[in-house]
Design a protein around this ligand. Structure first.
Ligand code: NOJ
Length: 949
C-alpha cells in the first residue's frame, strides 16, 4: 500500500509541472559526443581547406566467390599508428546496399548485435555474378539492378573516401556519403595513453591547428549531477549522408515535428509548423528513447521511440537510408539548395551499419524496407475497434461500470484498460485483491459483453521480497547490473525501489514467457491482453529519466550500446508470451510505449503522454504519419489528450481525429476528470457516438488495410507525398491523409472554433464527400485547395473516384460481434466510370489465415457503351473461414453514374434499385453525385459474382 501511495505521490509531483522540463534533457552541447562530432560541421564551414582524412589503403576484395560481399581497408591518416578500419559493402538481393564500418583489431569490439535483434532475417545477398565491377584509378564501380530492374551503380572513391549511389539510367546521384568529409569514427584507446592521444581526438580529423573546446567528456561526464563513467572511453561516429537531388526528407520518428523534416540549422522550415509559436530548429533531431514528461508539440527533442529510417523524396524518385544503431543518435538536416538535402548523423557507439534503400518508386522503398524489418503483425480484429483507458479504473465495479456506460448510450467499444493501480503496490501480475477481488470473474463478465480487458505490465520490478516475479528474476540472475557488472542495478519507478529485467539475457526469455501462462498467472484469461509501458526504460531518478549508460547488460554490454532497442525486446517477448499461452493458435495484442524499427511485428504503439491542447491535437497526425512511413503502422495517440480537462469541443475534435488513426484509444491522466463518452452532455455525446459508429462501420477497410501492409509494406496512413509522389504541391502537407489504398481521404479539424477547413485534392479523379456525395475535382499538376464547411458535427472525409469501400452499417456494441454482419459496398466512380476495391476477412484472431482460412476479394466495376458490370473475384484463393460463408452484401451504392440502369441482374436474378439524380463522375462538374442504390443483392461474399446492368 505504501508503495502505491508513493507511486501516486511521484505522479502528482510530476503532474504539477506545466510543460516539458527542458533542463531534464540534454541539448547536443550537453552531450560530449554530440558536441565533439557536430562541431566538425562548423569547423568545416569556417575552414578554407577541409579534406577527409579517411582513405582506402587496400582495394576491393570479394568475400567468397558466390555472394556480392566486398571489403576494403580504411585508414584515417591523422590517427595514431596502427589504427585502421574495415569497410564492408554487401549488395542485397533486392538491390539494397548494406555498408558497414568497424574498427579493425580495436581494443574492444564495437557493439554489432543490433541487427540480430531487429532484422527479420539475415539479409540475402545478390549473386556476385549479377554485380559488374569496374575499378579504375582510385574508384571501384559496382553495377547491378534492383529487383524492379532499375540499373544502379555504387561508386567507391578511395582517396578521400566517398561512396555514391547512382541511378545508372538517369545519372542522378541518389546518396552521397562523406561528400562533406565529415565521416569520423573515434577509435578505442587506453585511458592512460599519452596526453596527445587523448586530447587530440578532434585533430585526427583535420591537419589545421585547432584549439579544441571539447576535450572534456571523453572518459567521464555528468549531466544534472548524474555521472557516466564511460569505461571504454570515446567511441562515437559521425557520417554525412547527402541527397543531392532530393528536396524533401521524412521519417526518423519519434519527434513531435512536421512530417517533412524542417532543417536544424536555424533556417525557416518550408512548412510552417502547426503550433501557435513556431521557432526554427537549431538542435539536431535526437533519437534516444525517453519518457519526456509533457513534451512539446513542435520540437526535434527525443521521445519514446526511435526509427533511424529517413526517406528522401523528389518528384522524380524516392529512396531511403536506414542507420541500424541502437545507441543514442543525433541527426542534422540542412538544405544547401532548394532541390537538395544534406544530413549529418552522429551516434554514440557501435558499428556503422547503413542500408541504402534505392527505390526508385515509393512503393519500392516500402517493400525494400519491409524486407529488412518486416511488416505489421496481422492484428486481433477487436484491437481495431475503440479502446477506453484511464489511469485508473479503480475497482472491478468501476470497470463493469465503463462497459455499462457505453451500453447505456448504445456506443461501441471493444477494450477496457487497466493502468498501474490494478496491481498490488505496483507489483505487476499481482492484482490488488481489495479492489479486484476476483479478476477472472471481472474479465469474464466483460468478455460476456463482447469486450476484452487489457492490463499493464511495466518492466520495472519492485524489489519487494514478497514479489515472486522479482525473486525469480533475481534468482535467475536476469536483472540489469550496476556498472560493476555484478550487483543488481536499483532505481526508482512507480513501484518505488525497483530493478529491471535484462531482456538481452536469453535466460530471461522463456522465463518471461512463462509468467503469462495460465497455470502461473492464475488471475488471467485468454480475454486479457497486455500493455507494456515505461520500457524505454523510464527510471525516475536516472539521468534524463532513464537508466545510466554505464549499467551492464548480458555479455558485459553497456546500456549505452543498446538503449534504443531495450523497449522493442519487451514488446517482442510479451507478444510471444501472449501467443504461446493460448491453446488455440491465437494472435497477441500488445501495446508498447517504447519502440524501434521493426516494432510493427509485435503490436501497437502510441505517442505517449500528449497534452490536452490544440497544438498537441495538431501534432498527432504528423506523428502518426511519421510512424507509418517508418513501417510502424499500428499507431495512435491518447484521444482527448493525456493531461488536462479538455472542453467538449476539443474532445469531439479528438474523437473525430483518433477515429482515423489505426490505434484508437481514449486515455487520461489520474488527475483528470472522467470524460468517457457516456458522461458527456448533448450534443457532444451524440456526435461522439456517431464518430464511434463510423469507425466501426469502416472496420472492413481497416482490416483489409492491415492485410495489404503485410503483403506490401506500404503504410496504412499515407501522407500526400506517398499517394501522389510526383505532385510537389503536396510534399509539405501533413494535416490530411489517405487510409491505405482504400481511397478514403481524411482531413481532421484541429483548430478551436473552426467552421471551415481547407482540403488539398491532387490527381485527376473526382473526390466524393463521404456523407453528402458532393463532388470536388482534383488537379493533376498542382493540386487544388478547396474550403469546406466544418462545424462541430462535420468530419471532412472523402472517397477518391475509382474506389470501392466495403463497410458494415449496422450499429453494434463491439467488433467481435460483427463478424457475420452483412456488408455495404460504396462504389465511387472515376471519370471513366470505373472503380476497384478490395475486401479481406478472416476469423480475426487466429493464425488459421496462414493456412488459407480467409476471404480476399477484388471488386471491379467496369463501364462500357452498353452499361456496366460489377465483378467480385478472388485475389488469392482461400478456403474461406466458416463465419465468412454467412456474410452477405446487403446494399450496393454507386456514386457518379451517368444514367440509371434499365435493369440490374445477378446470376440472371433481377435486383431492386432506386436512383437519385445528380452529377456524373465523367461530367467534370462539382455538384452532388448521382446515386444508384441496389437493395438487398444478398450475394454471398465468399462467392464470385457478376452484377450486370
Ligand atoms: C506513463 C504512460 O505514458 C501513461 O499512459 C500511463 O497512464 C502512466 N505511465 C501510468 O501508468
Amino acid at each position: 500500500m505504501r508503495v502505491t501511495f508513493l507511486g501516486i505521490l511521484i505522479a502528482l509531483f510530476l503532474g504539477i509541472a506545466e510543460c516539458v522540463k527542458q533542463n531534464d534533457f540534454k541539448k547536443c552541447q550537453q552531450s560530449s559526443f554530440c558536441r565533439r562530432l557536430r562541431s566538425l560541421s562548423d569547423r568545416k564551414t569556417n575552414s578554407s581547406v577541409w579534406e577527409s582524412p579517411y582513405a582506402i589503403t587496400r582495394g576491393l576484395e570479394q568475400l567468397g566467390d558466390e555472394a556480392a560481399s566486398y571489403t576494403w581497408k580504411l585508414n584515417n591518416r591523422l590517427a595514431p599508428e596502427g589504427i585502421a578500419f574495415d569497410l564492408a559493402v554487401d549488395v542485397l538481393k533486392d538491390g539494397l546496399i548494406r555498408l558497414r564500418v568497424d574498427e579493425s583489431g580495436g581494443l574492444y569490439q564495437r557493439y554489432n548485435q543490433t541487427a540480430s535483434y531487429i532484422l527479420v532475417d539475415q539479409p540475402e545477398l545478390m549473386q556476385a555474378s549479377s554485380v559488374k565491377i569496374t575499378s579504375y584509378d582510385d574508384v571501384d564501380n559496382l553495377a547491378f539492378q534492383t529487383s524492379t530492374n532499375q540499373p544502379m551503380e555504387l561508386k567507391v572513391y578511395h582517396n578521400p573516401l566517398n561512396v555514391q549511389l547512382k541511378n545508372a539510367q538517369s545519372g542522378e546521384i541518389l546518396v552521397d556519403i562523406n561528400g562533406e568529409s565529415l565521416l569520423h569514427m573515434e577509435h578505442f584507446r587506453h585511458k592512460d595513453a599519452e596526453d596527445t592521444d587523448n586530447n587530440s581526438a578532434f585533430t585526427w580529423h583535420s591537419e589545421q591547428p585547432f584549439e579544441d573546446p571539447n576535450t572534456d567528456g571523453l572518459w567521464e561526464e555528468s549531466f544534472n549531477n548524474k555521472p557516466d563513467s564511460k569505461p571504454k572511453g570515446p567511441e562515437a561516429f559521425t557520417i554525412d549522408i547527402n541527397f543531392p537531388s532530393h528536396s524533401h526528407v521524412y521519417g526518423i520518428p519519434e519527434h513531435a515535428s512536421p512530417l517533412a523534416l524542417p532543417p536544424t540549422d536555424g533556417s525557416s522550415p518550408r512548412r510552417v509548423p502547426y503550433v501557435d509559436d513556431p521557432k526554427p530548429y537549431t538542435e539536431p533531431y535526437r533519437l534516444y528513447n525517453l519518457d519526456v514528461f509533457e513534451y512539446e508539440a513542435n520540437s526535434p527533442m527525443a521521445l519514446y521511440g526511435s526509427v533511424p529510417l529517413m526517406h528522401a523524396h523528389s518528384p522524380r524518385s524516392s529512396l531511403a537510408v536506414f542507420l541500424l544503431s541502437a545507441a543514442e543518435m543525433w541527426i542534422d538536416v540542412k538544405h544547401p539548395t532548394k532541390e537538395s538535402t544534406s544530413t549529418q548523423w552522429i551516434s554514440e557507439s557501435g558499428i556503422i551499419d547503413l542500408f541504402l534503400i534505392p527505390g526508385p518508386t515509393i512503393e519500392d522503398v516500402f517493400s525494400q524496407y519491409a524486407s529488412l524489418t518486416g511488416v505489421s503483425q496481422m492484428p486481433q480484429e477487436f484491437s481495431l475497434g475503440h479502446h477506453q483507458c484511464r489511469w485508473n479504473y479503480f475497482t472491478s465495479k468501476d470497470m463493469l461500470g465503463v462497459v455499462s456506460g457505453y451500453d447505456s448510450i448504445d456506443a461501441p467499444v471493444d477494450v477496457i484498460w487497466l493502468d498501474i493501480e490494478y496491481s498490488d503496490g505496483h507489483k505487476y501480475f499481482m492484482w490488488d485483491k481489495k479492489k479486484f477481488p476476483d479478476p477472472v470473474d471481472m474479465i469474464n463478465k466483460i468478455a460476456s459483453k463482447g469486450r476484452k480487458t487489457v492490463n499493464i505490465v511495466d518492466p520495472h520490478l519492485s524489489r519487494d521480497d514478497e514479489f515472486y516475479v522479482f525473486n525469480e528474476a533475481s534468482d535467475k540472475e536476469v536483472l540489469v547490473k550496476k556498472p560493476d557488472g555484478q550487483s543488481e542495478y536499483e532505481g526508482w519507478c512507480w513501484a518505488g525501489s525497483s530493478s529491471w529485467v535484462d531482456m538481452f539475457n536469453p535466460a530471461s526469455w522463456d522465463w518471461w514467457i512463462s509468467l503469462f501462462k495460465f497455470d502461473k498467472w492464475k488471475d488471467s484469461t485468454p480475454d486479457l491482453f497486455t500493455w507494456v509501458d515505461m520500457n524505454e526504460p523510464a527510471v525516475f531518478n536516472g539521468p534524463e529519466i532513464t537508466m545510466p549508460k554505464d549499467t551492464v547488460f548480458y555479455g558485459g554490454v553497456e546500456h549505452r550500446d543498446l538503449h534504443n532497442i531495450n523497449g522493442i525486446l519487451f514488446a517482442n517477448l510479451t507478444s510471444q508470451a501472449l501467443e504461446q499461452r493460448q491453446e488455440k493458435n491465437s494472435r497477441s495484442f500488445v501495446l508498447s510505449r517504447s519502440f524501434f524499427a521493426g516494432s510493427q511485428r509485435f503490436g501497437a504503439v502510441w505517442t505517449g503522454d500528449n497534452l490536452g491542447t490544440w497544438d498537441h491535437l495538431r501534432s498527432a497526425t504528423p506523428m502518426n504519419l511519421a510512424n507509418n512511413i517508418g513501417g510502424i503502422v499500428f499507431t495512435g495517440a491518447d484521444v482527448g489528450g493525456f493531461f488536462g480537462n479538455p472542453q467538449p469541443e476539443y474532445l469531439v475534435r479528438w474523437y473525430q481525429t483518433g477515429a482515423f488513426h489505426p490505434f484508437f484509444r481514449a486515455h487520461a491522466h489520474i488527475d483528470t476528470k472522467r470524460r468517457e463518452p457516456y458522461v458527456l452532455d448533448e450534443p457532444y455525446q451524440s456526435i461522439v457516438r456517431e464518430v464511434l459508429r463510423l469507425r466501426y462501420s469502416l472496420l472492413p477497410v481497416w482490416y483489409t488495410s492491415f492485410r495489404e501492409n503485410t503483403q506490401t509494406g506500404l503504410p496504412i496512413l499515407r501522407p500526400q507525398f506517398v499517394v501522389h509522389p510526383s505532385d510537389a504541391g503536396g510534399f509539405d502537407i501533413d494535416d490530411q491523409f489517405y487510409i491505405s489504398d482504400s481511397g478514403l481521404l481524411v482531413k481532421p479539424v484541429v483548430h478551436e472554433g473552426a467552421q471551415s477547413v481547407d482540403v488539398y485534392f491532387a490527381g485527376e479523379e473526382p473526390y466524393y464527400d463521404y456523407f453528402t456525395h458532393e463532388i470536388s475535382l482534383g488537379s493533376k499538376h498542382k493540386g487544388r485547395r478547396k474550403s469546406f464547411f466544418a462545424d462541430l458535427e462535420s468530419l471532412p472525409l472523402f472517397i477518391r473516384g475509382g474506389s470501392i469501400i466495403p463497410s458494415r452499417q449496422r450499429a453494434r456494441r463491439s467488433a467481435s460481434v460483427m463478424s457475420k454482419d452483412p456488408l455495404t459496398l460504396t462504389i465511387a466512380l472515376d471519370k471513366n466510370g470505373n472503380a476497384n476495391g478490395r475486401l479481406y476477412l478472416d476469423d480475426g484472431h487466429t493464425f488459421d489465415y496462414q493456412d488459407g482460412a480467409f476471404i480476399d476479394r477484388q471488386f471491379t466495376f467496369k463501364s462500357d457503351r452498353r452499361g456496366w458490370t460489377l465483378t467480385s473475384s478472388e485475389i488469392v484463393p482461400g478456403d474461406s473461414y466458416e463465419d465468412g460463408n454467412e456474410v452477405f452484401i446487403e446494399r450496393i451504392e454507386v456514386l457518379g453514374l451517368k444514367a440509371p440502369p434499365k435493369e440490374i441482374k445477378v446470376d440472371g436474378r433481377p435486383l431492386e434499385f432506386s436512383w437519385e439524380d445528380g452529377t456524373a463522375a465523367s461530367s467534370n462538374k462539382e455538384d452532388t453525385a448521382s446515386l444508384l442504390n441496389i437493395k438487398k443483392p444478398l450475394t454471398k461474399i465468399a462467392h464470385d459474382f457478376k452484377i450486370i446492368a
